[in-house]
Design a protein around this ligand. Structure first.
Ligand code: MTE
Ligand code: MO
Length: 362
């Protein structure tokens, strides 16, 4: 069965902006929330719709030529019996901020026109994928691991691409990937992959397969449309078959204010926001309240963290009324700084330019 309308949880208009079977978190809905995005505010990206699965009959099957023996099946209770780990990790769609390719750079791109809300940070609890693969008898000859979801087959432009699946190199699969059964202390909500999802730290969200049903472990390279036709950079400057499959996320920042917000003059406001990077912790954020003419360093509220984001703030006491543009530019510990322009790619992935946020002082 599938959720009617594609998504199970309520999507109040002051929290989410809906795009078909997807919903992004409004920037203002982060205000006052903590480091973790509450589950009822976390964005949803569904290729089809949230499937309603029964945990009692659900099984995870691990199979393929990269195992020393035959397929191995796990119940949820089998996974609960393995050592549990908890990690704070961001999940972010590769297309997050895609809408700015069009609205800010006037590029033509395809895909969901997200603003900056296709990202969230949660505390994920579950088991290490490495532990499950070892129990299933992964061999030294294994080179690729491909998790696959139990949601409906994805049909686009009349072509059935099958179930959502995307290969991981075996080295990544054995490194820091989780199979999560809890999100922020609650059982995984249906929209976020109940009863079990993959969580791949720092990588594009599509790698974090929801509603996990099986994992192929292969002695040969594996491919799927989600690493050959999508989730690569295509277009000028890239080979015809596209770039290498996308892995790490870029540096981004968001204010906790919606597009066109109004602020009252002659009062001190605390402008708050968040910045994140898939490469290294964010170590500096600069903010402009005058369209980029002057920049000030924001105060960082969180220590540098490997995964997730840093919350920041700057005080602002506007005197003049009228429209202005706010900007925030983050730099990570690897030296990546948000540029003024992101070179376009036809599917609009990995936007990282500084976003111009129009507000009005009244
Ligand atoms: N897994 C399955 N089975 N089906 C999907 O449609 N969407 C992927 C990924 N995992 C998807 C999936 C994409 S593109 C993203 S960005 C993340 O899930 C979004 O995770 P969320 O909906 O929990 O925020
Ligand atoms: Mo995504």
């Amino acid at each position: 069965a599938e959720a009617p309308g594609g998504i199970v949880k309520p999507l109040p208009a002051d929290v989410f902006t809906r795009h078909g079977t997807n919903a992004e978190t409004r920037p203002s809905a982060l205000r006052g929330t903590g480091f973790h995005t509450p589950n009822d505010r976390f964005f949803v990206r569904n290729h089809t719709g949230t499937p309603v699965l029964d945990a009692n009959t659900w099984r995870l099957t691990v199979w393929g030529s990269g195992l020393r023996g035959g397929p191995v099946r796990f119940t949820l209770a089998d996974l609960w019996a393995l050592p549990a780990v908890s990690r704070d990790v961001a999940i972010e769609c590769a297309g997050n901020a895609r809408g700015y390719f069009t609205s800010q750079q006037h590029d033509t791109v395809t895909g969901t026109p997200w603003t900056l809300g296709a990202v969230g940070v949660a505390r994920w609890r579950g088991v290490r994928l490495a532990d499950v693969l070892r129990r299933a008898g992964i061999g030294d000859h294994a080179v690729a691991v491909m998790p696959r979801g139990l949601d409906a087959e994805y049909v686009t432009a009349g072509v059935n691409l099958g179930r959502v699946r995307r290969p991981l190199p075996v080295a990544k699969a054995l490194a820091d990937v989780l199979l999560a059964y809890e999100m922020n202390g609650a059982p995984l909500p249906p929209d976020h992959g109940f009863p079990l999802r993959v969580v791949v730290p720092s990588w594009v969200g599509v790698a974090s397969v929801k509603w996990l049903g099986d994992i192929e472990v292969s002695a040969e390279a594996l491919h799927s449309p989600w690493d050959t036709d999508y989730y690569r950079l295509f277009g000028p400057g890239h080979p015809p078959q596209g770039s290498a499959p996308l892995t790490r996320q870029t540096v981004k920042s968001t204010f906790e204010l919606d597009h066109g917000a109004t602020l009252v003059a002659r009062r001190t406001h605390r402008l708050t926001g968040r910045s994140w990077s898939g490469h290294a912790p964010v170590v500096e954020v600069r903010v402009s309240i005058d369209g980029g003419a002057h920049w000030r360093r924001a105060q960082l509220q969180d220590p540098p963290r490997r995964h997730g984001w840093v919350r920041w703030s700057v005080p602002w006491h506007p005197l003049a009324t009228g429209p202005t543009t706010l900007l925030a530019r983050a730099t990570d510990a690897a030296g990546n700084t948000q540029p003024d322009h992101t070179p376009p790619n036809t599917q609009g992935y990995l936007f990282d330019a500084v976003v111009r946020l129009p507000v009005t002082v009244v």
